[in-house]
Every structure is written in C-alpha cells, then in structure tokens.
Write a protein that binds this ligand. Structure first.
Ligand code: FES
Ligand code: FES
Length: 214
C-alpha cells in the first residue's frame, strides 16, 4: 500500500518538473520580444486604355485585371466565375487577343488596349455578335454571355488571320468556320446552361455575314 502511494507521488513529481521546464523553454525571454513588422501592400501606377478611354489607376500590385475592371472601374460586365482560369466568364480582349482577365495582373498591362463587353456595343447599338446572340438565344441565365461574346468576336478574328486550332486538319490551309472549329476554339468558355448549339448558330451567322471562310 505505502509503495503504491509513493509511486503515485513520484510520478506526479516527475510530471510537475517536466511541465515547469516546458514553460521555461517556451516563454519568451523578457526584453527580447519584438513586434512583428507591419506588412504594407505594394502599390503601383498603371495606365491603359479601356473601351477607348484612357484610365490611370494606383493599384495593389496583386490586383488582377478582372478586379481592376470590376472593382476599380466598375465595369461589371466581365464576370468572375471560377477566378482560376477555368470557365472563361472573365474573357476580355487585350490588344486584339482574348485572355482570361482573372489570370493576369493589371500591372502587366501598362499601355494595353482593353475591350470589355461594354466596349463592344451598347443597348442601342449592338455589336453584330451581340445581336446574333440575342437572335439565336445564345444564352439562358446570361452569366457566361459577356465572356462568350468577347471570345466569339476574337475567334472570328483568329480564323480570318489564318491561325489554326487543334482540330485544323491542314495547318497551312486557311482556317474555316466549321462547327468543329468553332466548338474547339470556344471550348475555354463554359456555359452551365448549355446554350452551346445556339452560340454556334450565332457565330456562324456573323461569320457568314462578314465573309469569313466557311
Ligand atoms: Fe476567369 Fe473563370 S473567372 S476563367
Ligand atoms: Fe447561363 Fe451560359 S447562359 S451559364
């Protein structure tokens, strides 16, 4: 019996000594604690042209082009779907090429010409691609539509410029506006409403009206 009590006491004693030594080792040395340095966001000046107007912004260097357009210039036509370059809802045209604006930093576009859906046309003066989307019901909820239309406009420019795609059979032949070509080139623009067939009809009509090779 006495042996059992002694063993219990000595076990408690060992634990107490251990806890005390731990406390000493983790406690900061008095007088040596320094406040953590305050992190300041790094900002930069960037100027570019958006829909024909010069814009100059002072931005956190981590600001994406999409956030600069939406949050700083209040051009909310470009949509944020995934914010990971996977859906195409944020597609805009920069210097004639379509890009996912969520995947690029605004400060990388000093001096660029940016066109968003607001710059393609207006309710009273629709761009032919906007009008064709309306005519052919190329949307349902409309969330993906600004990106689809920017992409569609740029796709026809790519075809006119003779740029081949992964489904072009002959890389040296002029590109065409076949359904396969249009679907492949638009594959980065996801439509959760599944309006794909009508989008292709709209694009085909604009391509034909503008004399783009069929
Ligand atoms: Fe940019 Fe989806 S929001 S690709
Ligand atoms: Fe709804 Fe395309 S129209 S996601």
């Amino acid at each position: 019996m006495y042996e059992a009590v002694d063993a219990e006491l000595s076990r408690r004693g060992v634990l107490a000594v251990g806890a005390a030594s731990m406390a000493v080792s983790v406690a900061p040395a008095v007088g040596s604690a320094r406040p953590a340095p305050e992190l300041q966001p790094s900002t930069a000046h960037v100027a570019f042209e958006v829909n024909g107007e010069r814009q100059a912004l002072e931005l956190d260097t981590r600001t994406t082009l999409l956030d600069a357009l939406r949050e700083h210039l209040h051009l909310t036509g470009s949509k944020k779907g995934c914010d990971h370059g996977q859906c195409g809802a944020c597609t805009v045209i920069v210097d004639g090429r379509r890009i996912n604006s969520c995947l690029t930093l605004a400060v990388m576009h000093e001096g660029s010409r940016v066109t968003t859906i607001e710059g393609l046309g207006s309710p009273g003066r629709l761009n032919p691609m906007q009008a064709a989307f309306v005519k052919h019901d190329g949307y349902q909820c409309g969330y993906c539509t600004p990106g689809q239309i920017c992409s569609a406009v740029a796709v026809l420019d790519e075809i006119r410029a003779g740029i081949p795609s992964h489904v072009s059979a002959d890389l040296n032949a002029p590109s065409a506006t076949t359904s396969d070509e249009l679907r492949e080139r638009m594959s980065g623009n996801i439509c959760r409403c599944g309006a794909y067939s009508n989008i292709i009809k709209a694009m085909s009509e604009v391509a034909e009206a503008s004399g783009t090779p069929a």
